[in-house]
Write a protein that binds this ligand. Sequence first.
Ligand SMILES: [Cu+2]
Length: 160
Amino acid sequence: MRTFNLARAAGFAFLLGAVSGAALAAGNLAGQTPIEVTVDLGKPGQHIFTPNKLTFETGKLYKLILRNPSNDPHYFTSHGFSQMVYTRKVQVTQARDGKPVTLAEFKGAIREIEVYPGQSAEWWFVPVAAGRVTDLRCGITGSDGKSHADHGMVGEIVIE
Ligand SMILES: [Cu+2]
């Protein structure tokens, strides 16, 4: 994977500050409206990411909603992706009376997220490096001894 090019680097000055933990950067990020992207982890009876190809742009704030509409727990695991983003937070949400309620919030570097059947989580991040990774997978092993990835629960992530 390559790092973002110099022409765009100036705009990321605050972002680099965020990576090194500057308080000012966090304030700037907080003011951005996130771009929402939803990924379904599994479908009833099917181990698959929908969509299985994701594209993001460096320097933009994303709210990646990981939704599990299936009957099995699933992981969203990509070491490559986790190395190319600055995580602002991860939130666990739940619908109550039709409205999403936040149950918990996690901050710091995130490597992978497991979502249980019928639940969802939100990964708020800013891509800080461009590249393409194909290591998105769910490594849970089913009763047949094969992983969900073996059944096709794999995907690709491109950061432009
Ligand atoms: Cu799975």
